[in-house]
Design a protein around this ligand. Structure first.
Ligand SMILES: NC(=O)c1ccc[n+]([C@@H]2O[C@H](COP(=O)([O-])OP(=O)(O)OC[C@H]3O[C@@H](n4cnc5c(N)ncnc54)[C@H](OP(=O)(O)O)[C@@H]3O)[C@@H](O)[C@H]2O)c1
Length: 365
């Protein structure tokens, strides 16, 4: 039976600017990415595919992967896959209940899996900082080398209402971008300390293509500019947060090449395409159903297991692969939007992000 409340909520959403932005711009952005793949296939660019290196890890020296948002969707499926590849998987999630459920599920499928879970709220700098210290202590107490080999910034939300964080930031930007930026800055010494080449993988999205004009001052990067808006611009903020993550990936690559001659830490961005996960759970249920079947009919909706393979390809691509945007599976890469490749914008975002990070660090230490 059709519930009138749900129907009214869906109709209200259909009348919003965000609905049309998602329905038109996001689908065009996704199709554009597939078009690029097709073009590459037809005109055959050799550099667009980088097969994963054939890793076989010694069980006493397992590489360590920290993965955020590991209790659902892509993060969970990737944690399963990485444990099967022989990684020591550090699961980062905001719910202790979901973390222990995920640990049990992975262990059930793979008895040999080496796992550790940490409860972290990626939208809170204090929580991220506490995690960095807990991770260091755990590595020490477990007799493990004080390094990690892989950092996967996957946690993300598509929020439909404004819920400021304790710092007063927009929660979606704080989770999708500021949390990832801060965690990477804090864990960089562990990545640099790795005896083998290490990598940062940022899970971004085709939706970044819809962010045409972007400002990177403090109010924009913290999402504070939107706090007075009559209607929360959820689509715009999501796209913007994913653009920020992408610009950050490219700028981090540049910064590391300037300061680290050994090219030890590589940085890649990965776009999983459209995947059936919980990411849309805040949208009205009818809209979720329409979006799911709409994408499925055109064979654009993937399972989280298939999409996890794509993320693994990016994570295990040879160490020299850095500064790339993975899309479409089998280690294939395409070009992200022009704006995301603008080094001036990337530097502007980097400087603002460092400013925010330094202020947060001063407040919490
Ligand atoms: N699904 C898609 O079509 C698609 C497409 C492109 C990119 N992506 C990106 O893929 C990433 C994974 O999303 P998904 O699709 O797998 O969605 P999902 O099923 O909703 O998973 C998101 C994960 O992030 C976690 N998370 C959310 N807020 C957090 C916080 N404050 N602190 C710690 N963890 C938090 C969630 O924790 P809980 O389990 O506690 O909710 C969940 O584990 C996101 O960055 C998303 O933007 C998804």
């Amino acid at each position: 039976m059709i519930e009138m409340g749900n129907l009214k909520e869906a109709l209200n959403f259909i009348c919003s600017f965000d609905f049309w932005r998602m329905a038109l711009f996001w689908n065009i952005a996704l199709l554009f990415s597939y078009f690029q793949l097709l073009k590459r296939r037809i005109f055959g660019s050799k550099s667009s595919s980088s097969s994963s290196s054939n890793h076989s890890w010694n069980s006493s020296h397992r590489p360590i992967c920290v993965i955020t948002g590991a209790t659902s969707g892509l993060g969970k499926a990737t944690a399963f896959a990485l444990s099967r590849k022989g990684f020591y998987v550090v699961l980062v999630g905001r719910s202790s209940h979901l973390l222990s459920k995920t640990l049990k599920e992975i262990k059930k499928q793979n008895e040999d899996a080496q796992l550790k879970a940490f409860e972290v709220d990626m939208s809170s700098f204090q929580s991220v900082l506490k995690f960095r210290n807990s991770l260091e202590q755990w590595l020490l107490e477990s007799g493990l080398h004080s390094s990690i080999q892989l950092l996967m910034n996957n946690a993300g939300i598509l929020a439909t209402s404004s819920r400021p964080t304790v710092e007063g930031f927009d929660r979606m930007i704080a989770t999708n971008y500021i949390g990832a930026f801060s965690l990477t800055k804090l864990l960089l010494p562990f990545l640099k300390n790795s005896p083998v080449p290490s990598r940062v993988v940022n899970v971004t999205s085709f939706t970044h293509r819809s962010a045409f004009a972007a400002r990177f001052d403090k109010d924009s990067v913290t999402g504070m500019y939107s706090s007075g808006s009559k209607q929360y611009p959820c689509a715009r903020i999501y796209e913007y947060s994913k653009l920020c993550l992408l610009l950050f990936s490219y700028e981090l690559h540049r910064q590391l090449r300037l300061t680290d001659d050994s090219h030890h830490v590589s940085v890649v961005a990965v776009d999983p395409g459209a995947v059936k996960t919980n990411i849309m759970h805040e949208l009205p249920s009818y809209i979720q159903i329409i979006a799911f079947y709409g994408l499925k009919i055109f064979r654009l909706m993937q399972s989280s297991e298939d999409a996890a393979e794509l993320i693994i390809d990016a994570a295990l691509a040879p160490p020299e692969v850095s500064d790339k945007y993975f899309f479409g599976g089998n280690g294939r890469t395409i070009e992200s939007s022009g704006i995301s490749r603008d080094p001036k914008l990337a530097k502007e975002l980097w400087d603002t992000s460092c400013l925010i990070f330094n202020r947060l660090q001063q407040t919490h230490t």
